[in-house]
Design a protein around this ligand. Structure first.
Ligand code: EPU
Length: 418
């Protein structure tokens, strides 16, 4: 196992290029189950989660090549419909194969994901949607079994807005008979990226990016010659905060300003100078960080995946900030680690009350999940002295070479064996 060491208090400056989005590429990979022939996806980040999905597709019988950010997936000889516990337990997003396997084979067997560090995370809405499309669902020995001779369109009213739930049901319905309407669909840009990918394969999908998505089933999909994954808005957001924290001046390249409105708005309120520049975002921190309140919400609201990183920024802001988490009400494990670095944070229900302190002090810390690890790395950049972040496998699940990219911006950061 590895840990990251950071020597803090250095100003970051320069340019950084954002990688393809983890949460966009995983559903695209699952979509490849729906076609025979070779699909090629570019701008693919080399992440542990992408490698886990490659392994899962290979177990199902797909031929996969992954080199130089390009992934080719040929599902012609797929012959298995089971996603085993070992893989699902390392990556919850494995559940994205549930819909496409049912669509392709008329059945699937997918290990039920259990609890997770950021909260309970049930998949009842995925299962409700599949059963509306005509699948029989059984839960046995920790696995979900679905059986459906042919999925048929239907109206799916989600009780909550769910990102992978919406993706799973789009994946289930593109080859179903007739029309499917998803109500209260997730509007996240990653859902739109999946819809665009499927439309290029020949699917008929209207309304992606809104909360009503209508899908007319088609008989067949054809493989895609080349599709570029959208940039990772959470990685981009992490660099924006790094710049503000270190009084930096960074050009974050290859990111979509229009997908990051809620975060950018809060950073401007906090005192950052933000401009669009050459298809990217330039952000300058002038040293004064004002405290702001924010509440995590489904897109286009403030993303829960940026809550931990923004909490680090608020830890050194001038004043009191109230952070309310409505997506995963218990997603606050990073608060305890930030406190160990001198942050003043009190948790009250699903809110955190953060009273800014003049500076954080480096300390050994432990990551509890992916975004929590990023918040600790940011705290290390801002803190005085040395910070250690152990359990790095969390970070490597979702950030491509974060330490290298920060080093290129002037950070003193390196890896060591635990
Ligand atoms: N929910 C249910 N029932 C369901 C599904 C969801 O009650 O069947 C609830 C959840 O418990 C949660 C809310 O609905 O309270 C939203 O969860 P959602 O289903 O949208 O989350 P997800 O699809 O499991 C994706 C991202 C997460 C991100 C969330 C929220 C992927 C692979 N994962 O998860 O990303 O936090 O949406 O935006 O897309 C991360 O990248 O670090 C990460 C955790």
């Amino acid at each position: 196992m590895e840990k990251i060491i950071i020597e803090g208090s250095r100003r970051l400056e320069g340019e950084v290029t954002v990688s393809g989005a983890k949460n966009a590429v995983l559903p695209l990979m699952a979509a490849c189950i729906l076609t025979e022939g070779k699909n090629t996806i570019t701008n693919v980040p080399d992440l542990a989660d992408v490698r886990t999905m490659v392994k899962l597709l290979e177990i199902l019988g797909a031929e996969v090549e992954f080199e130089n950010s390009t992934l080719s997936i040929d599902s012609t000889n797929l012959d298995t419909w089971e996603a085993p516990y070992d893989l699902v337990k390392t990556m919850r997003a494995s559940v994205l194969v549930l819909g496409p396997l049912t669509a392709r084979f008329g059945r699937s067997r997918v290990s039920l994901p259990g609890g997770c560090a950021i909260g309970e995370r049930p998949i009842d809405q995925h299962l409700k949607g599949l059963s509306i499309l005509g699948a029989k669902i059984e839960i046995e020995e920790g696995y979900v079994d679905t059986i459906a001779k042919k999925l048929r369109g239907g109206v799916i009213p989600f009780d909550v807005s769910t990102v992978t739930g919406t993706e799973n049901l789009i994946l289930s319905s593109v080859l179903a008979e007739g029309e499917t309407v998803i109500l209260n669909a997730a509007c996240e840009p990653e859902v739109t990226d999946l819809a665009n990918f499927l439309i290029e394969m020949g699917a008929d999908i209207q309304g992606a990016g809104t909360d009503i998505i209508t899908i007319q089933g088609v008989k067949k999909l054809t493989p895609i010659k080349e599709y570029e994954v959208m940039p990772d808005r959470i990685e981009a957001g992490t660099f924006l905060i790094a710049s503000v924290l270190t009084k930096g001046n960074i050009l974050v390249k290859n990111c979509r300003f229009e997908n990051m409105g809620a975060l950018i708005g809060k950073l401007i309120e906090a005192g950052a100078e933000v401009t669009r520049e050459n298809g990217g975002i330039r952000i300058k921190g002038n040293g004064e960080i004002k405290s702001v309140d924010f509440t995590t919400l489904p897109y286009p609201g403030f993303p829960t995946d940026m809550q931990a990183q923004m909490m680090t920024l608020m830890s050194v802001a001038d004043g009191l900030s109230i952070i309310t988490e409505t997506i995963f009400p218990q997603r606050f494990l990073h608060a305890g680690e930030l406190r160990r670095m001198g942050a003043d944070i009190k948790l009250v229900g699903n809110s955190a009350v953060v009273r800014g302190v003049p500076s954080l002090s480096g300390a050994p810390t432990m990551a509890s999940d992916l975004r929590a690890s990023a918040s600790l790395v940011l705290a290390g950049l801002a803190g005085n002295g040395k910070t250690q972040v152990s359990r790095l496998y969390h970070l490597d699940r979702g950030y491509e070479r974060l330490d290298r990219k920060l080093e290129n911006l002037g950070a003193r950061i390196w890896r060591e064996k635990e």
